[in-house]
Design a protein around this ligand. Structure first.
Ligand SMILES: Nc1ncnc2c1ncn2[C@@H]1O[C@H](COP(=O)(O)OP(=O)(O)OP(=O)(O)O)[C@@H](O)[C@H]1O
Ligand SMILES: [Mg+2]
Length: 266
């Protein structure tokens, strides 16, 4: 299988009071086409900043000091802002933890979907409506045509997250980066969203980076696992192998934290 995204030796600093603080300290990561990579690690280990670095969606004070981010063989860190804008949303898209902050309350779901579609695809108005409805269907939204006219506050938490995922996939990206997509949801809805990600991987041959601090989620859906600690990937490999034989003590600790269910781990 071919490598879709490769991060090589990525260093990132925050300039604080003129004194730079190093938060990513040589991140190395490979994401293979058509796979789900689970990116785990405790709060502050650098998961989100690694994800945002991919398309340089970084806070102002953050600066990438060195490294390479190869997407489909091309170094995104060397790409012009204009090219990155074309890649964001079209080839690489994001889903974040809290749909409430990503959805605009004053526009309908349909308007927001259509805006994204028209930004990246040369299509006529009616066509973009149909693409939007198809995306809502793909994510298992009930009554997708009616939802087009609904405002975010009329949707439940799980439906909002489905709408966000519909937006993320509406331009048929190759890579979806989901940063804690289920953390704000209750457990049954969490499971449905995870099932949806697996479904999308299979149906759309989508490659997914699934960021979470919950190793049991990764164990359920991800072929590969990367464990971050203090700005570095300290463990990377097949999820099944890492589970059976973690090579890093920090990974062992994460595994030990998973509650045992009916006598054995998930
Ligand atoms: N805007 C910022 N200014 C200064 N430091 C920051 C900023 N954003 C993040 N950091 C620091 O960078 C480090 C990595 O942050 P990051 O958000 O990538 O962690 P994370 O692994 O995603 O954590 P979480 O699980 O809490 O989301 C943290 O130690 C954090 O303090
Ligand atoms: Mg984060």
């Amino acid at each position: 299988m071919s490598v879709l995204l490769e991060i090589k030796d990525l260093y990132l600093n925050f300039s604080q009071d003129a004194k730079p603080v190093e938060v990513l300290r040589g991140v190395n990561l490979k994401v293979y086409e058509g796979e789900i990579l689970g990116l785990v690690g405790e709060s502050g280990s650098g998961k989100t900043l690694t994800a945002l670095s991919v398309t340089k969606l970084l806070p102002k004070a953050a600066e990438i000091a060195s490294g390479e981010i190869l997407f489909d063989g091309r170094d995104l860190l060397k790409s012009a802002e204009e090219d990155l804008r074309k890649i964001r949303g079209a080839k690489i898209s994001y889903v974040f933890q809290d749909p409430a902050t990503s959805l605009n309350p004053v526009f309908t779901i349909g308007e927001q979907l259509i805006e994204g579609i028209e930004l990246h695809q040369k299509v006529k108005k009616e066509e973009s409506f149909d693409i939007a409805v198809a995306a809502l269907k793909e994510v298992g939204m009930p009554a997708p045509k009616d939802i087009m006219y609904a405002y975010p506050h009329q949707l439940s938490g799980g439906m909002k997250q489905r709408a966000m995922i519909a937006m993320a996939i509406s331009c048929k990206p190759r890579l979806l980066i989901a940063d804690e997509p289920t953390t704000a949801l209750d457990v049954t809805i969490q499971a449905q969203i995870l099932d949806l990600l697996v479904h999308l991987k299979e149906e759309l041959q989508l490659t997914i980076i699934l960021i979470t601090h919950d190793l049991s989620i990764v164990a359920q859906v991800a072929e590969k696992t990367a464990v971050m600690q203090e700005g570095q990937v300290v463990e990377y490999g097949d999820t099944a192998i890492i589970y059976r034989k973690p090579s890093h003590p920090y990974t062992q600790r994460l595994i030990d934290c998973i509650p045992k269910m009916s006598g054995h781990r998930i």
